[in-house]
Design a protein around this ligand. Structure first.
Ligand SMILES: Cc1ncc(C[n+]2csc(CCOP(=O)(O)OP(=O)(O)O)c2C)c(N)n1
Length: 275
């Protein structure tokens, strides 16, 4: 599914995701977002964890780290602090981001590093063959929950707003141009941007038909700077709104820490020992 549109960012690596996996679409949208922003490959660092989506950085001619399960955010924050000029993009599944890595999200939100965190929410543990994740719907049958999932799902957007992320958007790979624009806006935003992707997993949790009917694009009447309006939007019961839900301007982690030139020099020396 390699697109000419994003050829300048993509390498020859062929992902081995299942046919119809939403990850292919998100991959394309990420490349389109880089293109929309005119970023150079060497400006970008992609950080992924463990899961089907963990292969993301392998597909790009950018810098990248395929790190440990649940540890995307600590690594991404370290990169941002070491070099705030870089465009740091974290990629994680719902399991990586909100199960094993769930403790990192509130602390990243309150620090507000300038990183974009794309959470590919397929409502299942895909790589380990379909166990329920924190976002699996109540009652959903999997191989390990043959009588239906007995746990209520968490609401990623509600948590993100409560934690204080400074940018929140939601998209769907069935609308690749729309999703690409949301990712580009997340990268453009100076601060912690969380992009919640409603991502179908045709093998273990197929939502390709469900989401087009359930989602609705957020219209121009919504003011994303209005926190209460954002809360109201995600509380809608009739439809799942997609688009920019919330944005707020406040200092980033690097701006607050104000790393002095001397500290930067020392940090560079430490980092050079790992090369
Ligand atoms: C420390 C650790 N615990 C558990 C695992 C097993 N494991 C691998 S991927 C995964 C969950 C994947 O689900 P998700 O993050 O939602 O990504 P997806 O595969 O659905 O894209 C788990 C539990 C692991 N690799 N490392």
């Amino acid at each position: 599914m390699q697109s000419n549109l994003v050829g300048e960012y993509r390498n020859d690596y062929n992902p081995n995701w299942c046919p119809g996996c939403g990850d292919y679409g998100v991959l394309r949208s990420v490349g389109m977002a880089f293109q929309e922003l005119g970023l150079r490959n060497e400006q970008i660092v992609m950080v992924s964890g463990i899961g089907c989506n963990g292969r993301f950085p392998h597909n790009f001619k950018t810098y990248g780290i395929h790190t440990l399960h649940g540890r995307v955010l600590p690594i991404a924050q370290g990169i941002h602090i070491a070099n705030p000029e870089l465009c740091v993009v974290g990629i994680a599944g719902d399991g990586d981001a909100f199960a094993i890595g769930g403790g990192h999200v509130p602390h990243t939100a309150r620090r507000n590093p300038d990183i974009t965190y794309i959470v590919l929410d397929n409502g299942i543990y895909g790589q380990t063959k379909g166990q329920p994740s924190p976002t699996t719907p109540l009652g959903y049958k999997t191989k390990v929950t043959p009588e239906g999932n007995q746990e209520d799902p968490i609401d990623i957007t509600r948590l993100a707003l409560a934690y204080g992320v400074s940018f929140l958007a939601r998209g769907f790979p069935g609308k690749p141009n729309h999703l690409a624009h949301l990712i580009a806006e997340g990268i453009r935003h100076r601060g912690f941007a969380l992009i919640h992707v409603l991502n179908p997993c045709p093998t273990f949790h197929d939502t390709w038909k469900e989401y087009p009917a359930k989602t609705v694009e957020i219209g121009p009447e919504h003011d994303p700077n209005d926190y209460d309006a954002a809360l109201g939007l995600i509380g809608r019961q009739d439809k799942i709104p997609i688009g920019i839900i919330y944005k707020q301007t406040r200092p980033t982690l690097a701006e607050r820490v104000r790393v002095t030139s001397l500290q930067k020099l020392e940090l560079k020396q430490v980092l050079s020992t790992f090369r």
